[in-house]
Design a protein around this ligand. Structure first.
Ligand code: BTN
Length: 265
């Protein structure tokens, strides 16, 4: 079982504040954060469950995770602007990559928009949800499922999922990993707030296909012509060059970058 006391001991960085809500079992930490009251969920609040009975992924998919082996948690942010919210997904993905590097799990990359992969296998999933009061964001709930110590996966995931332990052969103290990850999230969020250009550079350095000619899929449909992926704009949207070298920005959610294509002649 996750120990909030041990987590508190690892949480030395004064940057990280906010209440910690720990549950042995919960439907979904994102759902809890969305429904919680304002005093329970100030900026920096954290909700963690050892087991989620109805963990949610992107596109209404389920997120399953072996109880007490991994990290399934959500943080609440209260941004003052409705601009650049799409970039927060990559803020989370990058913070996960920072953490993996810190714990000697090399080679983590971001698969657009926000999956974290190592060697083509998914190690973390991210679900960022935003509620609004009028035109302004009320709460951003950033939910992260990070596979930490799980080494056995169900048959259907055995070739597509991995974990920190599977990659490194090490068993991790989840409280230490979470302490580092919430600090990384706070640092990357601060870069987002001050619009630090280093943030996008670091995202692009991790983004699979960036700088390459790739096939892209929009709403599940593969485009005939390849595109060169240029990177992420300041709003968090994907920018590509089409086959006639015209820049195109995808504001749409469901864009997938597929395998690198042959370079244009
Ligand atoms: C995905 O890859 O589709 C996103 C998965 C996000 C899973 C996390 S686990 C913690 C938080 N609570 C949820 O119900 N979902 C997110």
């Amino acid at each position: 079982m996750f120990s909030p006391a041990l987590f508190a001991a690892y949480r030395s960085d004064p940057w990280v504040a906010g209440p910690v809500h720990h549950f042995a079992e919960l439907e979904s930490t994102n759902t809890w954060c969305r429904r919680a009251t304002d005093p329970e969920t100030p900026h920096g609040a954290l909700c963690l469950a050892d087991h989620q009975s109805a963990g949610r992924g992107q596109y209404q998919r389920a997120w399953t995770s072996a109880p007490a082996e991994n990290l399934t948690f959500s943080v609440v942010w209260r941004p003052a602007t409705a601009e650049r919210l799409a970039l927060l997904k990559q803020v989370c993905a990058l913070a996960v990559c920072d953490t993996l590097t810190r714990f000697d799990v090399p080679g983590s990359r971001i698969k657009w928009p926000n999956d974290v992969l190592v060697d083509k296998r998914k190690l973390a999933g991210i679900l960022v949800e935003c509620t609004f009061l009028g035109a302004l964001p009320h709460r951003v709930v950033a939910g992260i499922g990070l596979n930490v110590n799980q080494v056995g996966f169900p048959e259907e995931l055995s070739h597509s999922a991995t974990s920190m332990a599977r990659e490194s052969g090490t068993t991790y103290v989840r409280e230490a990993v979470l302490a580092h990850l919430v600090n990384a999230l706070a640092r990357r969020y601060a870069q987002w707030e001050r619009q630090d250009p280093a943030l996008r550079n670091d995202i692009q350095a991790r983004l699979i296909g960036c700088g390459e000619w790739c096939q892209i899929r929009v709403d599940g449909v593969m485009r005939d012509e390849p595109c060169k992926v240029l990177g992420v704009d300041h709003e968090g949207h994907l920018v590509v060059l089409d086959d006639r070298l015209r820049p195109v920005t995808f504001r749409h959610e469901d864009v997938r970058i597929d395998r690198p294509a042959e370079p244009l002649p």
